[in-house]
Design a binder for this molecule. Structure first.
Ligand code: ADP
Ligand code: MG
Length: 262
């Protein structure tokens, strides 16, 4: 059973397609307009925040994220990783408001509730600037330490939880209690592992595997395409993380990068 899950993770979830070297190596920083097909709405939000140009990791990954690629991005703390994965998700949020579609868009996992709150506030802040009829529950942080009943209630509002930032433990608890949430969240467009190294190390791996397995088994019954987009971001990528992510591709990369990473 565990073997099956591992294989499923290897083949279906972590088929990240971007060469790490492409992300890490430095080059000229383009302006937002050159980073891909960003909507006027999102561009204006970024400008209102005073973010005149993308950070390096954003310049490298946003265009690929917008095109739906799977991504592994490594960049140090404070380099703007939240919007590196956040902008492609926010573009989908803007579109979904226009088409009045309430399906969940992004599911972001962080290793701690503090990080989940930070990410949630960051995305909330730009969303408030972007959408004039912003539903304050469309971005929800679901972590332990807060009442699960309250979270279940919040998830019942129209248009709530289109972007969810969660810690694996609480999210698994919610899924196991509510089949309706499984049916709903299996339809995400994008899965994000933020601070992936810590996320999969801090005893969360088993919970995380269970979540993926549950979501995937329900996804098969939905009419969504088989794969969601996966974006993995971290300040460090340990050998242990590569082992957990598995896949022949990563295995090769692991050997190539061993010296550098150790
Ligand atoms: P990381 O996750 O890599 O540690 P964050 O996403 O938390 O970094 O971003 C760090 C800080 O940089 C935040 O305060 C954020 O508001 C700011 N920031 C993000 N992108 C930009 C940008 N393009 N221009 C200026 N500041 C930015
Ligand atoms: Mg971060």
């Amino acid at each position: 059973d565990n073997k099956e899950t591992q294989d499923e993770l290897k083949t279906n979830v972590f088929n990240a397609s971007l060469d790490l070297d492409d992300v890490v190596s430095s080059s000229e920083l383009p302006e937002w307009e050159k980073v891909g097909n960003l909507s006027m709405t999102v561009l204006q939000g970024l400008s209102k925040l005073g973010f005149v140009k993308p950070t390096e990791i954003q310049a490298k990954t946003v265009p690929l994220g917008l095109e739906g690629h799977d991504i592994m991005g490594k960049a140090s703390t404070g380099s703007g990783k939240t919007l590196a994965y956040g902008i492609p998700i926010l573009e989908k949020l803007v579109q979904s408001q226009a088409t009045k579609n309430n399906d969940p868009i992004g599911l972001i996992f962080t290793p701690t509730r503090e990080l989940a709150q930070q990410v949630s506030q960051h995305l909330q802040k730009i969303t408030e600037l972007i959408l004039n009829d912003h539903n304050k529950y469309s971005i929800l942080s679901l972590t332990g330490g807060l009442s699960i009943q309250k979270q279940e209630r919040l998830l019942k509002y129209d248009g709530s939880g289109k972007i969810v930032i969660a810690t694996p433990g609480r999210f698994l608890e919610l899924l196991e209690k509510n089949t309706s949430l499984l049916e709903r969240f299996c339809k995400i467009d994008t899965l994000v592992l933020d601070e992936a190294d810590r996320l999969l190390q801090d005893g969360h791996f088993e919970e995380f595997e269970k979540i993926i397995k549950l979501l995937r088994s329900y996804r098969k019954k939905s009419n969504k395409s088989q794969f969601w987009q996966t974006m993995i971001f971290s300040a460090t990528f340990s050998i242990d993380l590569f082992n957990k992510l598995g896949s022949a591709n990563h295995h090769k990369k692991k050997n190539e990068k061993e010296d550098e990473l150790q």
